[in-house]
Design a protein around this ligand. Structure first.
Ligand code: ATP
Length: 489
């Protein structure tokens, strides 16, 4: 497909995309790097016209696209599929699991071809999850299923918006090799917001700065581009502003040690043990990073702390000086925890305004059902200004882009300055600047002990200097599943 953008302008809620002239020649694959705004979402929508009734308006010219021959992989698409399955889920009424919603099913329905489905399962390391329900997968597992689904459509052009988001190091490498092979037969636009996610095999890079196509270059030229260091300095200032806001509203909750303790933790689903023999003690003031490959149980472990995992009562847990299951109120515990995760993002399916989302952090609610105080509203408005979202204060959460939603959920978690701040892959969907901003802010929060961090990220570059304690899941050779090793650096 030969696609040409000429004097094209297109507006989304985060950014206005401007392209003077860009030619994607037939059989070329491109890497797209964007500093700000959800460029992947805009390009994806333009090239698929996926929302025909509500197609994204643009001025200028876009020629050469055969919309029916383009498939899109994005976090937004993933969220939509999950929502769709959850809404239609009548497995309880049916008394059996709908085969179309298994991993195999969601891929097979795209191609109606058993041999291709099996091949994709193997190529994307999904064979062992073939019968699992799509809605029960971990973040990295779902990401790979979304890729397999797109490839299963067998269209000649793929838009991959942040395809590496949520994948562990091993799966990122494997995916890069897989995409390189695929690029021999399928054209791709690979949109990334992390420098190191730009695939080595990509030959052409389009660099967008503040929404405008800034330059087109060979990959070697891009590797040494000076824009990156300028951007880093810019986001540093914004994070300082954020910290000033947090410091002003500082308060100090006190719990005796240990803040949390898990004795011989174990989580299993019928025939499958996820982890066992996990002992973990969290003391005051110590920040932790949870590590391990996709599917090892990181989110599950954090769910045991937060209290929303069904097996938290079958485990021996002490939290904030109380034994879990001893009649403690779950709300009393949640009051001291701020949480950001893909599961929470999926749960946040209410249609309140951007401002209300941040305010809801004071009440630990999904949506806002109480009359906030003037002070709470003022703090939430300051957060919106720091996130450059003050114009969107009244915009409904669900109308915002995935990355903007994620920024609001991060602010929602931080706003009450919880004792424990649980950040389970917080940067998913954030653009380059958003990620820098949040990472700097988290580093400062940790350094000043404004909250105690429990942190998950698969990227080495996301490591926070203030985190020196690690709990890492490794394969349990003897008993199956994973066990956890605690280390200090
Ligand atoms: N209800 C369930 N039934 C069966 N398996 C489940 C269920 N819920 C979760 N799992 C499995 O539990 C495992 C652990 O999931 P979890 O989300 O904790 O992984 P993770 O380490 O956070 O992974 P990632 O790095 O991909 O985010 C996954 O393999 C997932 O498929």
């Amino acid at each position: 497909m030969e696609i040409r953008f000429t004097q094209l302008q297109c507006r989304s809620s985060s950014v206005t995309m401007n392209i003077e002239d860009w030619l994607i020649e037939s059989q070329q694959s491109w890497g797209v790097f964007s500093t700000e705004g959800d460029l992947g979402a805009i390009l994806g929508q333009l090239l698929t016209r996926q929302t025909q009734d509500n197609a994204l308006a643009y001025s200028g010219m876009l020629s050469g696209v055969d919309y029916s021959q383009v498939a899109l992989v994005s976090l937004h698409e993933q969220q939509l599929l999950l929502e769709q399955i959850l809404e239609q889920d009548d497995s309880e009424a049916l008394g059996y699991i709908d085969p179309n919603t298994s991993v195999y099913g969601v891929i097979f329905t795209q191609c109606d071809d058993h041999a291709l489905t099996k091949r994709l399962l193997e190529q994307l390391d999904l064979t062992r999850l073939s019968d699992s329900q799509f809605t029960q997968l971990s973040t990295g597992e779902s990401r790979r299923v979304m890729l397999a689904r797109a490839v299963a459509t067998q269209v000649p052009f793929l838009v991959l918006d942040e395809p590496y988001a949520g994948l562990d190091v091993g799966h990122r490498q494997a995916l890069s090799q897989y995409l390189q092979l695929l690029s021999q037969t399928v054209q791709m636009l690979v949109v990334v917001s992390r420098e190191e996610d730009m695939p080595d095999w990509i030959e052409h890079v389009a660099m967008f700065n503040h929404g405008a196509l800034d330059s087109i270059m060979a990959k070697t030229e891009w590797d040494n581009h000076p824009l990156i260091s300028q951007l880093t300095a810019q986001s540093g200032q914004q994070s300082e502003d954020m910290l000033a806001l947090i410091r002003r509203h500082r308060h100090k909750p006190l719990f005796a040690n240990p803040v949390f303790q898990l004795h011989n933790g174990r989580v299993a689903y019928s025939d499958k043990v996820i982890f066992s023999g996990v002992n973990w003690r969290i003391d005051n003031g110590v920040h932790w990073q949870v590590k391990g490959p996709n599917g090892c149980g990181k989110s599950t472990l954090l769910g045991l702390i937060f209290g929303d995992h069904p097996q938290c009562y079958s485990n021996d847990i002490d939290i904030f000086g109380k034994k879990r299951g001893s009649g403690e109120s779950i709300w009393e515990i949640k009051k001291h925890i701020g949480m950001v995760s893909s599961a929470l993002h999926l749960q946040y399916r209410v249609n309140c305004s951007a401002l209300d989302v941040i305010v809801s952090g004071f009440y630990d609610s999904i949506g806002l059902y109480q009359q906030p105080t003037a002070q709470q509203l003022a703090i939430a408005s300051e957060w919106l200004a720091i996130l450059h979202m003050d114009q969107l204060s009244k915009t409904a959460f669900r109308q915002l882009e995935y990355g903007q939603q994620r920024l609001l959920l991060i602010a929602r978690a931080i706003v009450k300055q919880p004792t424990l701040l649980i950040l389970d892959e917080p940067y998913q969907g954030l653009d380059y600047l958003g990620r820098r901003l949040i990472k700097n802010a988290l580093e400062l929060i940790a350094k000043e002990h404004l909250s105690q961090l429990l942190y998950v990220s698969h990227y080495q570059e996301d490591s926070l200097d203030s985190i020196q304690h690690f709990i890492e899941f490794v394969v349990n050779e003897h008993q199956g599943g994973y066990l956890a090793v605690v280390t200090e650096s």
